[in-house]
Design a protein around this ligand. Structure first.
Ligand code: NAD
Length: 499
């Protein structure tokens, strides 16, 4: 059985805590590896070494650090196939999806090559007689990231790229469900020229997360995962005086107006609702058609498309639509929520509760489900299902549809499908949600914009990647200086008119 340890001081080391977690093969339901779970002592030692390594790294000029990122981009591209395969094996998503996971992380590393420009401070010449004022962005020291299972390449890259480019050392605590890809990325960063100790990948669970939150050397914590854990990390991290940003769960609504292109809307819902088995924080889990006629048309277009979805392991080829969910517990939770939907009176129009894949009976596959006539008091509406289940909530008017999205406690992403510019514009300006799509079902901002949800989907002031990340991982210092020569009376100085 393969044993996965930690990446410490530039090499793989075995865990010493004596505790491990099973890494499953979600397609077969078998344990395929064991991952070490770090103790507080192991985490604290990794942080102490990172702090030592950060001193020289923080003094390295930004362009040299950017060159490490440039080399890293080349190495990720070189190893794309290997990374995608390792990712699919532990997560269960298809190979094209796994490559997308790596690619969206890679784009943030490409953005980080611009660090010298992004880290430039500001300067005011002659703010007073002989006085200049300038601000600089300095690294925080040691920062940490705690990441979820569903994007094991993208989210670690979103965190480590900006943190390292700003001159910090970084402690990554990836999900214990799919730890291989973060370890592979750490090895590639070493090959790209990152000094040992500057990036430490510490595998673990609550014990190592708590150790991060209580370690005085760790200056900042970035978290992505479910909302209850986001809230916990945010409050404990803030209580301990750290800079903290936490991104949580989601329930993303897509409003379909009567004038929308119904085929386009249905295709979009299939990809956004069922892709990656619904295990995306930007998945659409609620469709809100406006008007009974729109709802009936949409349902008629969705049903045959859903029935055609190919659910299989990633090894079955590139025409697989989605694979298994990540664990047996995730599967049980999804099936339990589907039962509550039926019990609470929703209309289960595509029912795959008895779905079984021949040869993979022990795998964590869940067939696709469509609920119609879901109401806002039902558990399947209120809770994040994080599975291949789409709920239709019928609204009579645009205002009612908008109200549903506004009133939901989550505010990660949302979309509207319409041909009417006024409605689209009104939606974008009034909605209280962080990322908005207009005829785009999964509006994930590109690397040079920022990513983040509102309400219970995001805690803290700044977003992930883009310019916000360079603010999050640096501290601003402002210097005011006065030099006596600037005080000379009538100095002929640079203000003299040119002859
Ligand atoms: P999770 O909250 O279970 O785990 C996330 C991380 O927290 C992992 O590293 C895990 O080890 C750690 N953790 C788990 N329980 C903990 C505890 N009690 N104390 C301290 N640390 C703990 O989330 P997940 O199941 O890995 O990921 C899925 C969730 O992440 C979904 O809710 C999804 O919406 C959310 N997500 C959000 C975004 C976003 O940007 N908003 C992006 C991706 C995923």
């Amino acid at each position: 059985m393969q044993e996965l340890g930690h990446w410490i001081n530039g090499k793989m080391v075995a865990g010493t805590s004596g505790r491990t977690a099973d890494v499953m093969n979600p397609a077969t339901g078998e344990v395929q590896a064991k991952v070490a779970l770090a103790s507080k002592a192991e985490l604290d030692a990794a942080v102490a070494d990172a702090a030592k390594a950060q001193v020289a790294w923080g003094l390295t000029n930004p362009q040299k650090r950017a060159r490490v990122m440039m080399a890293f981009v080349g190495l990720i591209n070189r190893d794309m196939e290997k990374l995608a395969e390792a990712l699919s094996r532990e997560h269960g998503k298809t190979i094209p999806d796994a490559k997308g996971d790596v690619q969206r992380g890679l784009e943030v590393i490409e953005y980080c090559i611009g660090a010298p420009q992004l880290l430039k401070g500001e300067f005011t010449d002659s703010a007073g007689p002989g006085i200049d004022m300038y601000s600089m962005r300095q690294p925080l020291g040691v920062a940490a990231g705690i990441t979820p299972f569903n994007f094991p390449a993208m989210i670690p890259l979103w965190k480590m790229g900006p943190a390292l480019s700003c001159g910090n050392a970084f402690i990554l605590k990836p999900s214990e469900r799919d730890p291989s890809v973060p370890l592979m990325l750490a090895a590639l960063l070493k090959e790209a020229g990152l000094p040992d100790g500057v990036l430490q990948v510490v595998n673990g669970d609550k014990e190592s997360v708590d150790a991060i939150l209580d370690n005085d050397t760790v200056q900042a914590v970035g978290f992505v995962g479910s909302t209850p854990i986001a809230q916990y990390i945010y409050s404990r991290g803030c209580d301990n005086g750290k800079r903290v940003q936490c991104f949580g769960g989601a329930k993303n609504h897509m409003i379909i107006m009567p004038d929308a292109d119904m085929d386009q809307a249905a295709d979009a819902l299939i990809g956004a609702g069922f892709g990656a088995a619904g295990e995306r924080c930007m998945a659409i889990s609620v469709a809100v058609p406006v008007g009974e006629e729109t709802a009936d048309k949409l349902r008629d277009k969705l049903i045959p498309r859903i029935e055609k979805l190919k659910v299989a392991p990633y090894t079955a080829g590139d025409d697989v639509d989605y694979g298994p969910v990540v664990t047996a517990a995730a599967k049980q939770n999804i099936l339990r929520l589907i039962e509550t939907g039926v019990a609470q009176g929703a209309d289960l129009v595509v029912d795959s509760r008895d779905f079984k894949l021949q040869g993979y009976e022990d795998g964590f596959f869940v067939g696709p489900h469509l609920f119609d006539r879901v109401t806002t008091d039902m558990d399947i509406y209120k809770q994040e299902i994080f599975g291949p289940v789409l709920s239709m909530v019928r609204a009579e008017t645009y205002e009612e549809a908008l109200g549903h999205a506004m009133d939901h406690e989550y505010g990660n992403g949302t979309a509207i499908f319409t041909r009417d510019g006024d409605t689209a514009r009104d939606f974008a300006s009034r909605i209280n949600i962080g990322m908005v799509g207009i005829n785009v079902p999964i509006p994930v901002p590109l690397a040079y914009h920022t990513f983040g949800g509102w309400k219970k989907s995001g805690f803290g002031d700044l977003n992930q990647h883009g310019p916000d990340a360079f603010k999050f991982y640096t501290r601003t210092k402002t210097v005011t200086s006065r030099w006596p020569s600037g005080l000379k009376e009538g100095g002929e100085f640079h203000f003299k008119a040119m002859d």
